[in-house]
Design a binder for this molecule. Structure first.
Ligand SMILES: [Zn+2]
Length: 224
């Protein structure tokens, strides 16, 4: 070991002084074993045959649209086509990481009233936060779906609650600048309405209420 190290050191020193492999000095010590054959038979250095490359299996990337569509239940109805378009639109405007949190999206003809006595009669959407399953009335579109996704995100981000609550209180005092009428309902609905508004009409929100816009920007940067 020590000996071969010595040979190597000497060889490197000679290389530095201008000796190269065909001007009389033996080959690199590592190749010395081939040296005689190299000059006698004038063979060329063995060509390394490249190993058959095993194709790397790429993980299948499912885009947000595919993901939401896979998790959706769209019953046959006159709204089915519109429901599909709403899913496409939602997938286009919301970050994929937000859509990933949704476990299910059901379109139903009616929520509330006789269909579900626990919900008010004209309910447009509801979300089971435990299961992360959204139910949306079939005649509703991207705004309602985004609003319900907002509930899932709000629920998963407690660090947002105080900032959001403070702004809600402040705005309730003046009663002005809410994104929608329903945003005045409570702090949670305030967030969800702002959420859907921010992603659907960012420029309009910026103009209408920069404080809400800034809160949503803050949220967007932290939401994973
Ligand atoms: Zn809501």
């Amino acid at each position: 070991m020590v000996r071969s190290l010595q040979i190597l050191k000497e060889w490197i020193a000679l290389q530095r002084r201008g000796y190269h492999k065909h001007d009389g000095f033996p080959e690199h010590p590592v190749r010395v074993g081939n040296h005689v054959a190299y000059f006698q038979r004038n063979i060329t250095a063995p060509v390394k045959t490249p190993k058959a490359s095993t194709p790397r299996t790429q993980p299948k990337t499912v885009d947000a649209h595919e993901m939401l569509l896979e998790r959706a239940e769209i019953p046959d109805s006159k709204h089915a086509e519109a429901n599909r378009r709403s899913i496409e639109r939602v997938a286009k405007i919301l970050p994929k990481s937000h859509i990933r949190k949704v476990r299910g999206l059901q379109f139903v003809s009616l929520i509330g009233g006789d269909a579900d006595p626990s919900a008010p009669k004209d309910t447009m959407g509801s979300t089971d936060l435990q299961k992360r399953v959204i139910t949306v009335r079939a005649d509703q579109g991207a705004a309602t779906i985004s609003h319900e996704i907002g509930h899932i995100l709000f629920d998963s981000m407690p660090e947002l609650w105080m900032l959001n609550g403070d702004l809600f209180e402040e705005m309730t005092g003046t009663g002005k600048g809410f994104t929608t009428l329903y945003a005045q309902e409570n702090a949670m609905e305030f967030f969800c309405e702002n959420y859907q508004f921010y992603y659907r009409q960012p420029e309009a929100l910026k103009k209408r209420n920069p404080k809400i816009y800034n809160l949503m920007e803050w949220f967007f940067k932290r939401a994973k």
